[in-house]
Design a protein around this ligand. Structure first.
Ligand SMILES: [Zn+2]
Length: 167
Protein backbone atom coordinates (compact mmCIF):
# COMPACT_ATOMS: atom_id res chain seq x y z
CA UNK A 1 0.00 0.00 0.00
CA UNK A 2 1.32 3.43 -0.93
CA UNK A 3 2.34 5.55 2.05
CA UNK A 4 0.19 8.62 2.59
CA UNK A 5 1.92 11.82 3.69
CA UNK A 6 0.85 15.28 4.76
CA UNK A 7 0.18 17.31 1.62
CA UNK A 8 -1.06 14.36 -0.43
CA UNK A 9 -4.44 14.51 -2.09
CA UNK A 10 -6.49 11.50 -1.08
CA UNK A 11 -9.85 9.89 -1.48
CA UNK A 12 -11.29 8.42 1.68
CA UNK A 13 -13.82 5.67 1.16
CA UNK A 14 -13.96 4.83 4.84
CA UNK A 15 -17.56 5.95 5.35
CA UNK A 16 -18.61 3.56 2.59
CA UNK A 17 -16.47 0.56 3.24
CA UNK A 18 -18.18 -1.69 0.78
CA UNK A 19 -16.51 -0.36 -2.36
CA UNK A 20 -14.02 2.06 -3.89
CA UNK A 21 -16.10 3.20 -6.85
CA UNK A 22 -15.33 6.75 -8.00
CA UNK A 23 -18.19 7.11 -10.48
CA UNK A 24 -21.76 5.92 -10.69
CA UNK A 25 -24.44 5.28 -8.07
CA UNK A 26 -22.16 3.36 -5.72
CA UNK A 27 -19.53 6.10 -5.51
CA UNK A 28 -19.16 7.48 -1.95
CA UNK A 29 -15.99 9.27 -0.90
CA UNK A 30 -14.36 12.37 0.50
CA UNK A 31 -11.56 13.92 -1.51
CA UNK A 32 -9.07 16.45 -0.27
CA UNK A 33 -5.62 17.27 1.05
CA UNK A 34 -4.09 15.60 4.10
CA UNK A 35 -3.33 18.37 6.62
CA UNK A 36 -2.09 16.29 9.55
CA UNK A 37 -1.67 12.70 10.60
CA UNK A 38 -2.17 11.88 14.27
CA UNK A 39 -4.71 11.26 16.96
CA UNK A 40 -7.32 14.01 17.11
CA UNK A 41 -9.14 14.76 20.33
CA UNK A 42 -12.09 12.48 20.88
CA UNK A 43 -10.84 9.83 18.47
CA UNK A 44 -9.57 6.43 19.52
CA UNK A 45 -6.97 6.00 16.77
CA UNK A 46 -4.62 7.94 14.54
CA UNK A 47 -6.40 9.65 11.69
CA UNK A 48 -5.71 11.52 8.51
CA UNK A 49 -7.03 15.05 8.93
CA UNK A 50 -8.40 15.84 5.48
CA UNK A 51 -9.33 19.27 4.15
CA UNK A 52 -12.46 18.37 2.22
CA UNK A 53 -12.45 19.55 -1.37
CA UNK A 54 -15.25 17.29 -2.53
CA UNK A 55 -17.76 14.92 -1.03
CA UNK A 56 -19.50 12.43 -3.26
CA UNK A 57 -22.38 10.29 -2.06
CA UNK A 58 -24.31 7.93 -4.32
CA UNK A 59 -22.40 9.37 -7.27
CA UNK A 60 -23.61 12.90 -6.55
CA UNK A 61 -21.45 15.79 -5.35
CA UNK A 62 -22.70 16.91 -1.93
CA UNK A 63 -22.37 20.67 -1.61
CA UNK A 64 -23.16 20.89 2.10
CA UNK A 65 -20.43 19.10 4.00
CA UNK A 66 -17.86 19.64 6.74
CA UNK A 67 -14.60 21.36 5.82
CA UNK A 68 -12.54 18.84 7.77
CA UNK A 69 -12.90 15.09 7.82
CA UNK A 70 -11.01 12.53 9.89
CA UNK A 71 -10.38 9.07 8.47
CA UNK A 72 -8.56 6.31 10.36
CA UNK A 73 -5.00 5.77 9.22
CA UNK A 74 -4.63 2.81 6.89
CA UNK A 75 -3.53 -0.26 8.83
CA UNK A 76 -5.48 0.68 11.97
CA UNK A 77 -6.93 -2.52 13.44
CA UNK A 78 -10.71 -2.76 13.27
CA UNK A 79 -12.48 -4.11 16.36
CA UNK A 80 -13.66 -7.55 15.35
CA UNK A 81 -10.93 -8.16 12.80
CA UNK A 82 -9.30 -6.65 9.76
CA UNK A 83 -7.59 -3.32 9.23
CA UNK A 84 -8.66 0.05 7.86
CA UNK A 85 -7.60 0.64 4.28
CA UNK A 86 -10.18 3.16 3.12
CA UNK A 87 -7.85 5.98 2.10
CA UNK A 88 -6.07 6.07 -1.26
CA UNK A 89 -3.73 8.62 -2.71
CA UNK A 90 -4.87 10.27 -5.94
CA UNK A 91 -2.51 11.79 -8.41
CA UNK A 92 -3.62 15.26 -9.33
CA UNK A 93 -3.86 15.62 -13.08
CA UNK A 94 -3.15 19.04 -14.51
CA UNK A 95 -5.65 20.37 -17.00
CA UNK A 96 -5.07 23.06 -19.60
CA UNK A 97 -7.47 25.25 -21.52
CA UNK A 98 -6.62 27.65 -24.29
CA UNK A 99 -8.92 30.53 -25.16
CA UNK A 100 -9.41 31.36 -28.84
CA UNK A 101 -10.14 34.95 -29.81
CA UNK A 102 -13.15 35.64 -32.00
CA UNK A 103 -13.78 39.26 -32.94
CA UNK A 104 -17.19 40.63 -32.00
CA UNK A 105 -18.33 43.73 -33.90
CA UNK A 106 -18.25 46.74 -31.55
CA UNK A 107 -21.93 47.47 -32.18
CA UNK A 108 -22.89 44.01 -30.87
CA UNK A 109 -20.76 43.97 -27.74
CA UNK A 110 -23.20 45.60 -25.30
CA UNK A 111 -26.04 43.38 -26.47
CA UNK A 112 -23.90 40.31 -25.79
CA UNK A 113 -22.75 41.51 -22.37
CA UNK A 114 -26.08 42.99 -21.25
CA UNK A 115 -28.85 41.02 -22.97
CA UNK A 116 -31.29 43.06 -20.86
CA UNK A 117 -30.95 46.82 -20.75
CA UNK A 118 -28.35 47.35 -23.48
CA UNK A 119 -30.78 49.60 -25.41
CA UNK A 120 -30.19 52.32 -22.86
CA UNK A 121 -26.40 52.15 -22.94
CA UNK A 122 -23.77 53.69 -25.13
CA UNK A 123 -20.51 51.86 -25.69
CA UNK A 124 -18.48 55.08 -25.69
CA UNK A 125 -19.79 55.92 -22.21
CA UNK A 126 -18.45 52.65 -20.87
CA UNK A 127 -15.14 52.06 -22.60
CA UNK A 128 -12.74 53.74 -24.96
CA UNK A 129 -9.20 53.21 -26.14
CA UNK A 130 -6.80 51.94 -23.52
CA UNK A 131 -5.86 54.82 -21.18
CA UNK A 132 -2.40 53.32 -20.68
CA UNK A 133 -1.24 52.50 -24.20
CA UNK A 134 -3.89 53.90 -26.54
CA UNK A 135 -4.65 50.46 -28.03
CA UNK A 136 -8.13 50.05 -29.49
CA UNK A 137 -8.30 46.29 -28.87
CA UNK A 138 -9.79 44.65 -25.81
CA UNK A 139 -9.87 40.97 -25.05
CA UNK A 140 -13.11 40.08 -23.30
CA UNK A 141 -12.12 37.59 -20.63
CA UNK A 142 -13.87 34.23 -20.71
CA UNK A 143 -16.97 33.69 -18.59
CA UNK A 144 -14.98 30.96 -16.81
CA UNK A 145 -12.22 33.38 -15.75
CA UNK A 146 -12.13 34.30 -12.07
CA UNK A 147 -12.47 38.00 -12.91
CA UNK A 148 -15.77 37.48 -14.72
CA UNK A 149 -17.02 34.69 -12.48
CA UNK A 150 -16.39 36.43 -9.17
CA UNK A 151 -16.54 40.01 -10.40
CA UNK A 152 -19.90 39.45 -12.05
CA UNK A 153 -18.94 41.81 -14.85
CA UNK A 154 -17.44 41.49 -18.30
CA UNK A 155 -13.78 42.15 -17.58
CA UNK A 156 -11.58 43.06 -20.51
CA UNK A 157 -7.83 43.05 -20.90
CA UNK A 158 -6.00 45.44 -23.23
CA UNK A 159 -4.27 43.48 -25.96
CA UNK A 160 -1.60 46.17 -26.09
CA UNK A 161 -0.44 46.34 -22.47
CA UNK A 162 -2.54 44.06 -20.26
CA UNK A 163 -4.46 46.84 -18.54
CA UNK A 164 -7.82 45.56 -17.32
CA UNK A 165 -11.19 47.21 -17.09
CA UNK A 166 -14.77 46.09 -17.38
CA UNK A 167 -17.80 46.93 -19.46
ZN1 LIG B 1 -3.19 49.14 -23.06
Amino acid sequence: MEEIKVGDTVRSFDFARFNKETEGKEACFIQGEVLEIGRPEGHSCDCYKIKVAKKVFGGEIIEECDDIYYAPVNGTKIFGGGVCDGVVKVSVELRFFKAVLVEIPANEVLEKVYPIGHEHMKLEDRIGKCPECDSNSWMMLADESVAVRDGGKQYCECLGCGETTHL
